[in-house]
Write a protein that binds this ligand. Structure first.
Ligand SMILES: [Zn+2]
Ligand SMILES: [Zn+2]
Length: 363
């Protein structure tokens, strides 16, 4: 199997031929069709997130075709089209049974292993880690069965990759985490791959206004095409004042879809009394943000985290795929550029430079 491997944080990836063990009990082998290039992988590669185990195959947003299934796998067979989920679920831990499977206790965040604590990839006898349980920058990958979610074969499989992380996270932040009501105002800080999906999630549930905030004019333009009713260029004007001008009291919901501390501070400040600030982007390890406690307390403002759009993956990933087929979600427009596997470094460069909504590695 060919994969793009990170040997050291801060260094470029290189394409290698890796050994891939067959799937064990409860696992499936997936031949990758496409993988999105996600900002979380860029953070892992450039070293802004510390402690990523190496060597590792990055990539947490992918789709492909099941090629083989291990013993005990129920409901998947070779030929099935699947979206990969980076959040395994066991169906029986506390969080799975209370309906919050995105917090499943079997997740091994940051450890680079499958839910059983081991790896299936190696290079000349040395273990190679799996990023986000799925390691999608690879021609084939072995994942836990709960990380392979079957979808209809009529969904274009390359575009389906994006549903596995950025679409689920952004749209899910609106419809699951915040459960935004029709007519509520929202402001989205950072309209890259995830933020654009918060914008289209807002349009989907008839939020109004849908305000996009970014420092790049091209991204704001893109946000308009996906449903933003207003845009604020935070490099030119005070985003908090502009949001107050548009909403009078502040936005009912603010979303931070970028790992930036200043955006977090502004998004907390721009929330209306009784409103909620949803934090999606993960800043560098150890980042802290000072906050004025009084306005939170006296006006019952809420700050909450959002992991994977509070996904209930078995339900939500096929649901989002169906919304795409019904013409209610845009995915084609999210793909800025397509790359070969050996162009992952160039895709990271373009992502860091703010040139991409989504880069897509196609196999
Ligand atoms: Zn991702
Ligand atoms: Zn669980």
């Amino acid at each position: 199997m060919r994969a793009s491997v990170l040997f050291e944080q801060g260094k470029p990836l290189s394409v290698e031929d890796l050994e891939l063990e067959p799937p064990r009990r409860g696992e499936v082998l997936v031949r990758m069709a496409a993988s999105g290039v996600c900002h979380s992988c860029l953070h892992a590669a450039d070293g802004s997130w510390k402690g990523v185990p190496v060597p590792i195959v990055l990539g947490d947003e992918g789709a492909g075709v099941v090629e083989d299934v291990g013993p005990g796998v129920d409901g998947l067979q070779p030929g099935d089209h699947v979206i990969l989920s980076w959040a395994p679920t066991c169906g029986r831990c506390h969080y799975c049974v209370i309906g919050r499977p995105n917090l499943c206790e079997r997740r091994q965040p940051g450890r680079g292993v499958l839910p059983d604590g081991t790896t299936r990839m190696s290079l000349r006898g040395r273990a190679v880690y799996h990023y986000g349980h799925v390691a999608t920058y690879a021609s084939s990958t072995v994942v836990h069965e709960s990380c392979a979610i079957k979808i209809d074969t009529t969904v274009p499989i390359d575009l389906a990759a994006l549903i596995g992380c950025s679409v689920m996270t952004g749209v899910g932040a609106v419809i699951n985490t915040a459960a935004v009501e029709p007519g509520a105002s929202i402001a989205v800080f950072g309209v890259g791959g995830v933020g654009l999906n918060v914008v289209q999630g807002g349009a989907l549930v008839a939020a109004h206004p849908v305000i996009a905030v970014d420092v790049k004019a091209a991204k704001l333009e893109h946000a308009r095409a996906l449903g933003a009713t207003h845009t604020i260029d935070a490099s030119r004007e005070d985003a908090v004042a502009a949001i107050r001008r548009l909403t009078r009291l502040g936005a009912d919901y603010t979303f931070v879809a970028v790992g930036d501390k200043r955006a977090v501070s502004q998004a907390i400040e721009a929330v209306a009394p009784g409103g909620t600030c949803v934090l999606i982007g993960v800043p560098e390890t150890g980042a802290t943000v000072p906050m004025d406690v009084r306005p939170l307390v006296t006006a019952e403002r809420v700050i909450r985290g959002c992991s994977y759009g509070s996904a209930r993956t078995r339900e939500d990933l096929p649901r989002l795929a169906n919304l795409y087929l019904a013409g209610k979600l845009k995915i084609d427009q999210l793909v800025t550029r397509r790359y070969d596997l050996d162009e992952a470094n160039e895709a990271f460069r373009a992502l860091a430079a703010g040139e991409l909504a989504r880069g897509l590695i196609v196999f």
